[in-house]
Design a binder for this molecule. Structure first.
Ligand code: AMP
Length: 297
């Protein structure tokens, strides 16, 4: 239940936020079930309906919902991508406020990385960071873990809301929570992908597409549908090849078109109806890199 009586409170400093969260937890002790639950939705801003869907689920499931907006420099393997990452802060604040967000954490880079972010701690993420996004964006998931580690230690949420849009990232963060030994105190909720009417998965990066690129962008989702419709008809290597060509014809430069075991993300080369299979794509149109995925059953 969202705290709709109050206006959203914005914090830029960790100490102030933590004092407020302590007060929220104290207040929770007066509730009939003696429990405060804090839902956390970490974002990089430039918010859209996809982000809001996470927020809405959290407000339904928790007494307090906290969103963060932090464009994490440590996770951008391409400095140009970081420089061009969209920012719509005023609009974001309005969207959060009108959708029941109780607390917004808006830290500066120095607040999260007082000692800078180049002195990197290493997270043992195993094979998960060597495939797909890990392979094409070296160091990306280490950077994601650096920020999420800090944010989780600051917020100590009861529930963490993530989008299936970033499927591999969800698995990485679950692994991180295990490494941090917080799996008993934080429940991870993976929420469905929100799409535009034409199937394009909502993404902050979509704002960077011009009219012509935007018109081509649904090809990503169409490729996933093509995989789904043909998965039992063609051999998987042939299917992936055809799907890759489809994307190329639409003007994309595909990084990967993959079919994987949804549980492990290990690529599979033979269709097996007994396991849950996920199709994943990542492709670049001009300089904008988009990703998408969907279950194949
Ligand atoms: P970002 O701001 O891109 O880092 O995303 C913040 C959170 O919102 C992540 O957990 C994303 O997976 C999630 N998210 C982004 N796009 C969507 C979408 N289209 N549908 C659902 N969740 C999303």
């Amino acid at each position: 239940m969202a705290n709709n009586n109050c206006k959203m409170i914005i914090f830029k400093k960790t100490n102030d936020l933590q004092q407020h969260l302590a007060a929220c937890r104290q207040k929770g002790k007066t509730l009939p079930d003696n429990q405060t639950s804090i839902g956390f939705v970490p974002t990089m801003g430039a918010l859209h309906e996809g982000h809001l869907s996470l927020l809405k689920i959290s407000t339904r499931e928790n007494q307090f919902t906290l969103c963060s907006i932090f464009v994490n420099p440590a996770q951008f393997n391409d400095p140009n991508d970081f420089k061009k990452y969209p920012s719509t802060l005023e609009q974001d604040i309005l969207m959060l406020e009108t959708n029941g967000c109780d607390i917004l954490f808006l830290p500066h880079v120095e607040e999260i990385y007082p000692d800078g972010f180049n002195k990197k701690k290493h997270y043992d993420l195993g094979y998960l960071e060597t495939i797909l996004e890990g392979e094409f964006r070296p160091g990306h998931f280490q950077g994601v873990c650096m920020a999420v580690d800090k944010l989780l230690l600051i917020v100590h949420p009861d529930k963490l809301y993530l989008g299936q849009k970033d499927y591999q990232q969800c698995m990485i963060i679950e692994k991180l929570i295990g490494l941090m030994k917080m799996e008993k105190s934080i429940q991870v909720r993976v929420c469905p992908i929100v799409r535009e009417k034409d199937g394009l998965a909502m993404s902050s990066r979509n704002m960077r597409l011009n009219k012509e690129q935007r018109a081509k962008a649904p090809a990503l989702y169409e490729t996933l549908i093509f995989l789904k419709q043909n998965i039992s008809k063609l051999s998987l290597p042939d299917l992936k090849k055809e799907a890759t060509e489809l994307l190329q014809q639409k003007g994309f430069k595909p990084d990967y078109v993959e079919i994987a075991d949804a549980k492990t993300l290990k690529p599979i080369n033979e269709w097996d109806s007994r396991i849950n299979i996920l199709g994943l794509v990542a492709a670049i149109i001009n300089e904008v890199r988009l990703i998408d995925n969907t279950m194949m059953d």
